[in-house]
Design a protein around this ligand. Structure first.
Ligand SMILES: [Zn+2]
Length: 405
């Protein structure tokens, strides 16, 4: 479980029992996380193992550690330990749904050497793009929310196209690889009078951005504020290469799935830019449920940065789980679900990482499905689980195991 508590509560997760409350059809832990994610899954596996009235074939029960902190337990699994080739994962938090796919991910880091010159230009401003919604770079990416770093690059490009000589002092934006950047800033030195011209460009760009993103990012702002001057600025060459790269690197949805309606197959988040004493560091985070598409996206981004003269590294990512609409496990699951509940299950996939992506890569030919009860706020105090959905999940699991026996 994710151990989170409200700051005004005295609770030691290592020694204190979770305080539970029943609220109608829900069990809730008002001031801590509850651990229904994924205590329910663990409990059901132990119940299957210890019951003598559950009909099933040979079983292997796989318990992993640290799913919540980087999927490292699954990553450390020796796949040859498993003989089974069908896996029912019990970590889904949605009643009535089967999950059949997830995204893999890969980050990339580009570094531009800091090439600076001294400047005598009298004016300096801070150009800000702010007020954006941001959000999770996996599960919110389909909403086409604005990316502050991309918009900042567009304002800089528009200023250059309007023949405003911009001498960059620094560029900053975003905070985490898996968050869509909400804010980005550039410090710029300018010749006398250019500040007003830049304000004009910023206002015109803001108007364009409002047409493009106003409905999803209504508080978007492009602001130019005067500030004290710094000594050194980026060379013109570095500025052109950097702005060009930020324009060229894609952000957002790159492909939709052909197998699961509404699922984002491939995306990229232009996540973070940061100016240090040595260089300008840019981080991107790509996701796809199809591994060749993920590799292709990372190489596309690498090429853009390398053309711009940056050093690029991309640590090994984690694998996705490609949806298989013809899965035998899914076919049986649908039949069992419809028999039990007289309605069709939702069949879904998620544009974020799950353990199944990693486990599937370690066990060739593994047919997988994920299911579970209705859990709300799984990683926050107030986590709750719906009692009736636990019963439904248990009934479904028993019928599933019997059918597969
Ligand atoms: Zn969780």
């Amino acid at each position: 479980m994710v151990p989170e508590k409200n700051s005004d509560v005295d609770h030691d997760f290592l020694t204190d029992p979770i305080q539970l409350e029943r609220d109608g059809d829900w069990i809730v832990a008002p001031d801590t996380t509850l651990g229904s994610d994924n205590g329910v899954g663990v409990a059901m596996m132990m119940a299957v193992a210890t019951s003598d009235d559950v009909d099933h074939g040979p079983l292997e029960l796989l318990f992993t550690v640290d799913e919540e902190t980087g999927l490292t337990g699954a990553a450390g699994l020796d796949g040859s330990l498993l003989e089974g080739r069908r896996l029912i994962n019990l970590d889904t938090e949605e009643d009535g749904a089967f999950y059949i796919g997830c995204a893999g991910g890969s980050d990339l880091h580009a570094t531009f050497d800091l090439e600076q010159v001294k400047t005598e230009r009298p004016e300096q401003v801070r150009l800000s793009v702010k007020g954006l919604r941001g959000g999770h770079s996996g599960v919110d990416i389909h909403e086409n929310r604005a990316n502050a770093i991309k918009l900042l690059a567009r304002v800089l490009k528009a200023a250059m196209d309007a023949s405003i000589e911009i001498d960059l002092v620094s560029v900053e934006g975003g905070s985490k690889h898996n968050a869509i950047p909400r804010e980005a800033f550039a410090q710029i030195r300018l010749v006398t009078g250019a500040t007003d011209k830049l304000r004009g460009v910023a206002a015109a760009q803001q108007e364009e951005f409002e047409k493009e993103y106003g409905r999803i990012d209504p508080d978007l702002e492009v602001v130019v504020e005067e500030m004290e001057v710094s000594d050194s600025v980026f060379t013109d060459d570095l500025t052109r290469r950097l702005v060009g790269a930020l324009m060229a690197v894609p952000h957002g949805v790159l492909a939709m799935s052909r197998d699961v309606e509404g699922l984002v197959e491939t995306s990229n988040n232009l996540a973070v830019i940061h100016t240090t004493d040595d260089g300008i560091e840019v981080t991107t985070s790509s996701r796809s449920s199809v591994m060749p598409a993920l590799r292709g996206t990372v190489e596309q981004i690498r090429s853009a940065f390398e053309l711009a003269g940056a050093e690029v590294s991309s640590p090994e990512g984690y694998p996705g789980w490609t949806p298989d609409p013809d899965s035998h496990l899914l076919k049986v699951g649908r039949e069992v679900f419809e028999d039990l509940f007289d309605t069709e299950p939702a069949v879904k996939a998620i544009h974020a990482g799950l353990e199944c992506g990693i486990i599937g890569e370690k066990v060739p030919g593994l047919d997988m499905i994920s299911m579970g009860p209705e859990i709300r706020s799984p990683h926050a105090p107030g986590e709750k689980v719906q009692i009736s959905s636990v019963q439904k999940t248990w009934d479904l699991l028993k019928a599933y195991l019997a059918e597969l026996a």
